[in-house]
Design a binder for this molecule. Structure first.
Ligand SMILES: Cc1ncc(COP(=O)(O)O)c(C=O)c1O
Length: 351
C-alpha cells in the first residue's frame, strides 16, 4: 500500500516515525497549557482562547480575521468556496493537496469545477498558471475564479515556493479578477526556511488555510484567514459542515502554545532532514524544509525492512519513499534512521 501505513506501530512503541509530521503527540507542557485553558461555547462565540488564537493568527498573516477549523482540509475547502462560486473553476497544480488528497470535496460539496497544470515537481510558475486562466463572461467557457497555491508543497517534497512567483501571480490576479487561495498547511516551515515574513505570505493570498497540527505539533486544528466579510461567511460554512465546535479553547490553547514554542524550532527539523539526505546520498538541493524524498528504490520493500528495525517511512509510489522530520524525532532518532536506511537501501537498491 502506498501512502498511509495504518498497521505501523508508531512512535508509541519507540519507533522513529518519519511517515509524516502529523504524527506528533502533544508535549507535557502543551498538555498543561490545554488543561489550563479558559473556555466557553465557541458556537456562541464565547470561547476566549479561540478568540485569542484567531486574533493572533489573523495578525501574523496580516489579515482582518481568522476562523479556527478542525482540519486543513476544512480550512482549504471553505477557503476555496469563499473565492469560487458553484460552476466556476479553481485552477491548481496537478499535485496540489486540495485537488489530490481532499476527496474531491470542492466538487462533491460545493459544485466547484477544477483544472490542473502539471508543474515542475510542485514548483509554482505564475506564467504557467496565468496562461491557463479562462475569463469571466464568456458563455463558452468555465470561468476561472480562483488559483490554489501550496507552500510548502507536500508532493513537491516540502519545497518552498519562490517568492517572486507568488508576487507575480498575486499582482496579476488583481488585474484579472481572480482570487488566490493559499494552502499553507506548512507555511510555517516555508517562513522558517526562507525568512520571508508570515505577513508577506498572507498578503499574497485572498484566503489562506494554515495548520497547527503539522510541524507545529498541535494535536488538531487549522486556521483560515481572510478579510472580515469572508470570515463571517466562512463561519456559516463551517457550521453547515458540522464544524461548529463548543469548548474548544482546550484545542486552541495547544495552537497558541505551539506558536509560542514550536515555530522557530522548525529549523531543527530542517537541519535533521538535510542530515538524513546527506547520509542517504540524496541531493541536498532537493531538501528545502522537513521532507526528504528518496527515488528509485523499491518502496514497499524498503518500508518493510526499515520497519523491522524500528524506522517508519512513507511510501509515495512504488519507487519513491518519503521521510518527514518533526518534533518527535530527535537527533538520536535521525542518526538511527540514517544508519538503518543506509543499510536497507544499500541492500535493496544496491547503493
Ligand atoms: C499540503 C497539505 N494541505 C492540507 C492538508 C490537510 O490537512 P488535514 O489533514 O488537517 O485535513 C495536508 C495534510 O497533510 C497537507 O499536507
Amino acid at each position: 500500500m502506498y501512502g498511509i501505513d495504518t498497521d505501523a506501530p508508531g512512535a508509541s512503541t519507540g519507533a522513529v516515525d518519519l511517515r509524516s509530521d502529523t504524527l506528533t503527540r502533544p508535549t507535557a507542557a502543551m498538555r498543561a497549557a490545554m488543561a489550563e485553558a479558559e473556555v466557553g461555547d465557541d458556537v456562541y462565540r464565547e470561547d476566549p482562547t479561540v478568540h485569542a488564537l484567531e486574533e493572533r493568527v489573523a495578525e501574523l498573516f496580516g489579515h482582518e480575521a481568522a476562523l479556527f477549523v478542525p482540519s486543513g482540509t476544512m480550512g482549504n475547502q471553505i477557503g476555496l468556496r469563499l473565492v469560487c462560486e458553484p460552476g466556476q473553476e479553481v485552477l491548481g497544480d496537478a499535485d496540489a493537496h486540495v485537488l489530490t488528497y481532499e476527496m474531491g470535496a470542492a466538487a462533491a460539496l460545493f459544485g466547484l469545477s477544477s483544472r490542473t497544470v502539471v508543474s515542475d515537481g510542485g514548483r509554482l510558475s505564475a506564467d504557467q498558471l496565468i496562461a491557463q486562466v479562462r475569463p469571466h463572461g464568456d458563455w463558452h467557457l468555465t470561468a476561472t475564479a480562483a488559483i490554489a497555491v501550496e507552500n510548502t508543497h507536500n508532493r513537491g517534497g516540502g519545497l518552498v515556493q519562490p517568492l517572486g512567483e507568488l508576487e507575480r501571480l498575486f499582482e496579476w490576479s488583481r488585474t484579472a479578477g481572480v482570487n488566490v487561495h493559499l494552502d499553507g498547511a506548512r507555511v510555517f516551515n516555508a517562513h522558517v526556511a526562507s525568512g520571508v515574513p508570515l505577513s508577506t505570505y498572507g498578503r499574497l493570498a485572498d484566503t489562506a488555510s494554515v495548520c497547527l497540527s503539522k510541524g507545529l505539533g498541535a494535536p488538531i486544528g487549522s486556521v483560515l484567514v481572510a478579510g472580515a466579510e469572508r470570515v463571517a461567511a466562512a463561519r456559516l460554512w463551517r457550521k453547515r459542515l458540522g464544524g461548529g465546535m463548543r469548548q474548544v479553547g482546550v484545542l486552541a490553547a495547544a495552537g497558541l502554545y505551539a506558536l509560542d514554542h514550536h515555530l522557530e524550532r522548525l529549523a531543527e527539523d530542517h537541519e535533521h532532514a538535510r542530515l538524513l539526505a546527506e547520509r542517504l546520498g540524496v541531493d541536498p538541493a532537493t531538501v528545502e524544509t522537513n521532507m526528504v524524498v528518496v527515488d528509485d528504490v523499491p518502496a514497499p520493500a524498503v518500508a518493510e525492512a526499515a520497519k523491522a528495525q524500528g524506522v517508519l517511512v512513507g511510501q509515495v509510489s512504488a519507487r519513491r519513499v518519503r521521510l518527514v522530520t518533526h518534533l518527535d524525532v530527535d537527533r538520536a532518532g535521525v542518526e538511527h534512521a540514517a544508519k538503518v536506511l543506509t543499510q536497507v537501501i544499500g541492500d535493496l537498491a544496491g547503493r
